[in-house]
Design a protein around this ligand. Structure first.
Ligand code: S3P
Length: 179
């Protein structure tokens, strides 16, 4: 298995801010799949959706997953839909530890609406976005680790991830409990 830490989860989960902080704390490089795509295309994610449509963006994500195989030791934040295709959970788990930043849907939705321009929210009702979330949830559940971000700030999420990663690397002997 690879040694990257890969953050997945719905829009508004805090993958970018948490990823940046986590990378700094662990002394690793930080990579975002959306940044890899915008760098390659020379335009923003909203522009890609507007000019070429969602299917084209998803094809770029496919190619990005192939490029991620070259990464090692990085913290990688993925776009909210990247993990949610057949074969992706297996492909990403082969590259490292996959962490799902989850949380209450309405909290994620409000965060996502507040920050940034998100083509997957444009023109959709809350219920339509929730349907998208519910369709994606079974994929997110296939992550190695889950952190519920509902009531946590990014620093607290980073702390939880760091502890969970440490426990995975140095599991307690059976019978002992974490204090
Ligand atoms: C998307 C989420 C976005 C970005 C694109 C599509 C999605 O990333 O990849 O707009 O399908 O959920 P964030 O999860 O960082 O907002």
């Amino acid at each position: 298995m690879g040694d990257n830490v890969i953050l997945v989860g719905f829009m508004g989960a805090g993958k970018s801010s948490v990823g940046r902080l986590l990378a700094r704390q662990l002394g690793r490089c930080f990579v975002e799949t959306d940044d890899m795509i915008t760098a390659r295309e020379g335009r923003s994610i909203p522009e890609i959706f507007a000019d070429r449509g969602e299917a084209y963006f998803r094809a770029l994500e496919e190619e990005t997953v192939r490029l991620l195989a070259l990464k090692s030791g990085d913290v990688i934040a993925t776009g909210g839909g990247l993990f949610c295709r057949e074969g992706r959970p297996e492909a990403l788990r082969a590259l490292g530890t996959v962490v799902w930043l989850g949380g209450d849907f309405d909290v994620l939705y409000e965060r996502a609406r507040r920050a940034g321009e998100r083509p997957m929210l444009a023109g959709k009702s809350r219920d339509e976005v929730e349907a998208l979330y519910r369709a994606r949830e079974p994929f997110y559940r296939r992550a190695d680790l889950t952190v519920d971000t509902t009531a946590l700030n990014p620093d607290q999420v980073v702390r939880q991830i760091a502890l969970a990663l440490r426990d995975r690397t140095n599991p307690l002997p059976s019978g002992e409990r974490a204090g």
